[in-house]
Each structure stands twice: as structure tokens, then as C-alpha cells.
Design a protein around this ligand. Structure first.
Ligand code: ADP
Ligand code: MG
Length: 253
């Protein structure tokens, strides 16, 4: 699904050069949930920008869902981004005067899609919020608002869901709810990349990739390892999800 080969990103600031990513190889399979961790300055945002087709590598190759996106220009990148990537950020970025279901519909407005409302309702059901469709954001908890944002990211059926610190504004209960949601989406076949600096949140992912100075310094589930063995994520995911209203019914990818 995602293949980075020797990906390097160099920023130049005057005479100085920063290797924000330094020869990164990383393969992520469909249906994986991978947490990316690393201290400030380690290259997480740069990695997110490249994975999300917001920026191109200086050198190396990036294959996304079978497409080589390494050398695309900005317009081509924007096109791939719109079709292949769903983004979730720390701030939910919902329109405050608009109901949950209309927020979820927004990414479909520019595509020539019939049955927008049906698809938005299905995405809300996928994150367990079918009964909150008509609520305004301020009538929802933080965790519920982030689930609406996840539904909005999923409604276009992206190949990859990229979540950048999605629990950064949430208390620990809501953070766990969001982490379990991401686990369920991956169990249903979604490919999810979760950027976080919180160890508890990363522990929900079977595979954790650690960055330091632009390099991958640890990968708990490299090629062939990542689908085996029950990790913390199973304990975390299975221990607690009865009655939390989170449901996943749809299989994507
Ligand atoms: P993280 O998200 O892990 O904190 P970043 O990817 O933001 O790390 O940054 C990695 C390195 O690249 C840092 O040393 C940062 O200062 C540098 N960097 C990031 N963006 C730019 C830029 N636009 N111009 C110059 N240097 C940058
Ligand atoms: Mg960052």
C-alpha cells in the first residue's frame, strides 16, 4: 500500500542543510495500523507530509497504492492526495454551525457524487455515531468530534488514513476511544498511519516505527513480522470495547 525506498528530504536554510528524512525505507501493507513515534525534530511531520502527498522527497521513491508519486508536480500530487488520502489532525477542524453529517459530506461536494448523504451517514455509522448525525459539533464531546473528523476522512474511501496526533487535544478516556477506533478501522481493512508522541496511544498499534534524526531507528514489525503475534494492541483493543458505541461494519481497501 505504502512503499518508501531510500526516501530523503533535505531542507536548505541559507547555507545550512537539514536532512529531515535520511534514506528511509518503509513498507506498510493494506490493513495495517502503524504508529510513527519520535522526539521533536526527528522528521515525523516531514514523513507525514510526504506520505500525505503534501510534499515530495528530495530523492528516493514513494509508491502509494501502486502509483509512483515521487516525481509528481503539485497539481498531480493534489489530485492523488484527494483520491487516496484521508487526513485527521489534532484539531478536528469541523464547521461549527453545521451538523455532523453535513461536515462528513463536505469532501464529496466537489466530486460528482450522487448519494452524498447516504455515504456520509454510512461513514458516521462506521465510527459509531449514526445517532448523532444531526448534532452540531458543540453538542458533541471532544472524542465524538474527532470521530466525526475520522468519518469525514473516510467518506471518500481513501487508500490510507493519516492521523497526525489525533489524540493531542483529548483526555485519556477519549484518547483511548479514538485509539480503539483506529484499531477497529484497521481490523476492518483500512490502512492507518498514526503519528503520536504518546506511548500509551502508540501501544494500540501492533507496529511501532521510531524515528530519530530522520532515520528509522526501530520498527517492531518490519516486512513479514507485522501480522504475527498478539501485541499490546489486542489487549488494549479487546479489554475494553464492550458498550462504547464504536462499531465498524464496512470493509475498505
Ligand atoms: P518532527 O515533526 O518530528 O518534530 P519535522 O519533520 O518537523 O520533525 O522536522 C525535521 C527536521 O527538519 C527538523 O530539524 C526541522 O528543523 C527541519 N525542518 C522541517 N521543516 C523545515 C523547513 N520547511 N525548512 C527547514 N528545515 C525544516
Ligand atoms: Mg512535527
Amino acid at each position: 500500500m505504502i512503499q518508501l525506498e531510500g526516501v530523503t528530504k533535505v531542507y536548505r536554510a541559507g547555507a545550512a542543510e537539514v536532512r529531515a528524512l535520511d534514506n528511509v525505507d518503509l513498507t506498510i501493507k493494506a490493513g495495517e495500523l502503524v504508529a510513527i513515534m519520535g522526539p521533536s525534530g526527528s522528521g515525523k511531520t516531514t514523513m507525514m507530509n510526504i506520505l500525505g502527498c503534501l510534499d515530495s522527497p528530495t530523492s528516493g521513491r514513494y509508491l502509494l497504492d501502486g502509483i509512483d508519486v515521487s516525481d509528481l508536480d503539485d497539481d498531480q500530487l493534489a489530485d492523488v492526495r484527494g483520491r487516496k488520502i484521508g487526513f485527521v489532525f489534532q484539531s478536528y477542524n469541523l464547521l461549527s454551525r453545521t451538523s455532523a453529517v453535513v461536515n462528513v459530506e463536505l469532501p464529496l461536494l466537489y466530486s460528482n457524487t450522487r448519494s452524498r448523504r447516504t455515504r456520509a451517514a454510512a461513514a458516521l455509522a462506521e465510527v459509531g455515531l449514526a445517532d448523532r448525525a444531526e448534532h452540531l459539533p458543540n453538542e458533541l464531546s471532544g472524542g465524538q468530534q474527532q470521530r466525526v473528523a475520522i468519518a469525514r476522512a473516510l467518506v471518500t474511501e481513501p487508500a490510507v488514513l493519516l492521523a497526525d496526533e489525533p489524540t493531542g487535544n483529548l483526555d485519556s478516556t477519549a484518547s483511548g476511544e479514538i485509539a480503539r477506533m483506529l484499531v477497529k478501522l484497521s481490523d476492518a481493512g483500512r490502512t492507518v498511519v498514526l503519528i503520536t508522541h504518546e506511548t500509551e496511544i502508540a501501544s494500540y498499534a501492533k507496529r511501532v516505527v521510531k524515528l530519530l534524526d530522520g532515520r528509522v531507528v526501530a520498527d517492531s514489525g518490519g516486512p513479514d513480522k507485522n501480522r504475527h503475534g498478539a501485541g499490546d494492541r489486542d489487549a488494549a483493543a479487546n479489554g475494553n470495547d464492550a458498550g462504547d458505541g464504536v462499531s465498524v461494519t464496512e470493509v475498505a481497501n
